[in-house]
Design a protein around this ligand. Structure first.
Ligand SMILES: NC(=O)c1ccc[n+]([C@@H]2O[C@H](COP(=O)([O-])OP(=O)(O)OC[C@H]3O[C@@H](n4cnc5c(N)ncnc54)[C@H](OP(=O)(O)O)[C@@H]3O)[C@@H](O)[C@H]2O)c1
Length: 429
């Protein structure tokens, strides 16, 4: 019988330190909700000499993470170290010892999720990971529990605050990508090495987790088709605006005919769509379910306190299960559903071509679309000196067919350049 739940905290950086503060500040609320007090019993860090200014005695800190996991005085393990190792080995060790684990580690779950979920299932203990996607935004629990009886069709998210901040600056202030990135770095929204964010790796890890939970499928980060925002220009954004769209980096997971399609790429979102209104470093996830229709979750997708809030929610859940002697909540077996090749994924597309401003050019281009089964929904012509720019939006078409069309257009004499090709979330979905 537990009179309190003692936590072994692995890592005490942005999220870990915020968690220690929250547990201290909200102790009474937490005790009421969990049924027992929750105490941070041991904290593993790398550097013991750092002054962390936290309301915990110095003797709770150690640099021996393995010792924390194995400590008989630790009932629950919270992993907020990040990265794959040693986090993976520590989590497996804890689960095998029958200790519930809470983690915020998207990088780890996006690669080793299946192994970890199966270990938790086998041990009958909780492995909870609300904070791994969308920081403070409740998403995993709604998908796992509230929507457990519905059939999720599609999940589309703005799940990376850095890129959303950069795109917002480019949209609102006309900044170039380089200027907007420099601004984000100055404000601490982007890392000195921004690759993981701007090339879409972070979003890809998150959408792999989303797809796994939404569709009960084994999806790993390498299954995700990924394009970042480094090639987006102020011109693309202005052209999108002229057509009534905003450019966002979307992470999209959908189930089509028993296959799972997962991708991250810049997308033109209609101005009236709720995702278009998600600005700065905010995140949002838009879910389409058979019965529930459309839902959107919006909030702070990162930051120590919002992320710690999600970790703490999981911690209260795990503590309640421990106290009441309930078997841990698991996500069940993940099926090996086929992953749809990006070439077979359909959406609407935007593309533009710079062409010689003379009669007959459009007549030469139109058959190239038709040959590949790509149907044009709208076309606009803008004069740019000696050249004209033709802006096309297609009806839904397969990626492979649009790529073939672009190659064919480049062979047309009067076509000087085929510019940005962007997917469009449109009236046709
Ligand atoms: N920050 C966010 O906004 C956010 C949002 C969502 C999810 N997450 C996830 O939360 C996790 C933690 O992120 P964070 O921003 O808090 O990272 P962080 O600030 O870099 O903190 C990492 C902590 O882990 C400790 N550590 C590193 N290696 C260790 C080892 N071998 N043994 C023991 N401790 C070790 C570090 O110790 P020292 O302090 O001694 O260096 C530090 O306290 C990551 O998985 C991240 O993806 C973060």
């Amino acid at each position: 019988m537990h009179e309190q739940v003692r936590v072994g905290l692995l890592g005490c950086g942005n999220v870990g330190a915020a968690l220690v503060r929250l547990v201290h500040e909200h102790a009474d609320v937490i005790e009421t909700r969990a049924g027992v007090p929750i105490e941070i019993a041991r904290v593993a860090v790398r550097d013991l000499s750092k002054d962390r200014g936290l309301p915990l005695p110095a003797n709770r800190f150690t640099d021996d993470a393995v010792g924390v996991v194995g400590d008989p005085d630790v009932d629950v393990v919270v992993e907020v170290i990040g990265g794959v190792e040693p986090a993976r080995a520590l989590i497996v060790e804890a689960l095998m010892a029958g200790k519930p684990v809470i983690t915020a580690n998207k990088e780890l779950l996006a690669v080793h999720g299946r192994e970890l979920f199966e270990t938790a299932e086998g041990a009958g203990v909780d492995l909870l990971f609300e904070a791994s996607v969308g920081g403070g935004i409740p998403l995993m629990r709604p998908l796992r529990e509230s929507l457990a009886g519905d059939r999720i069709r599609r999940v589309m998210g703005i799940v990376n605050g850095t890129t959303n901040y950069i795109l917002t600056r480019m949209t609102d202030d006309g900044d170039t990508f380089a200027d907007a990135l420099a601004d984000a770095q100055l404000l601490g929204f982007a890392e000195p090495d921004p690759t993981a964010d701007v090339e879409g790796y972070d979003a890809a890890a998150k959408v792999a987790i989303i797809a796994s939970i939404a569709f009960g499928a084994r999806v790993v980060a390498s299954d995700v088709y990924r394009e970042g925002i480094t090639d987006i220009t102020a011109d693309d954004i202005a052209a999108a605006r002229d057509l009534g769209y905003v450019v966002k980096l979307l992470a999209i997971a959908e189930e089509v005919d028993g296959e799972v399609a997962v991708r991250v790429h810049p997308t033109m979102v209609p101005e009236r769509h709720p995702l278009a209104a998600v600005r700065d470093s905010f995140n949002a996830v838009f879910i389409e379910g058979d019965a529930v229709g459309e839902l959107m979750f919006y909030g702070r997708g990162a930051g120590g306190a919002p992320t710690a809030s999600a970790v703490l929610g999981d911690l209260v859940d795990a503590a309640k299960n421990l106290v009441e002697g309930r078997k841990g909540a698991t996500i069940g077996t993940l099926a090996a559903k086929p992953i749809r090749d990006i070439g077979d994924v359909s959406s609407q597309f935007y593309l533009h071509a710079e062409v010689a401003d003379r009669p007959g050019v459009l007549a030469a281009m139109a058959p190239r679309f038709a040959e590949h089964g790509v149907s044009i929904r709208s076309m606009q012509q803008q004069g740019i000196g000696e050249e004209a720019r033709l802006v096309f939006v297609t009806h839904r078409a397969r990626e492979a067919d649009v790529r073939a069309t672009v190659l064919a257009l480049r062979d047309v004499d009067a076509v000087h350049r085929v510019g940005a090709v962007l997917r469009v979330i449109g009236d046709e979905g």
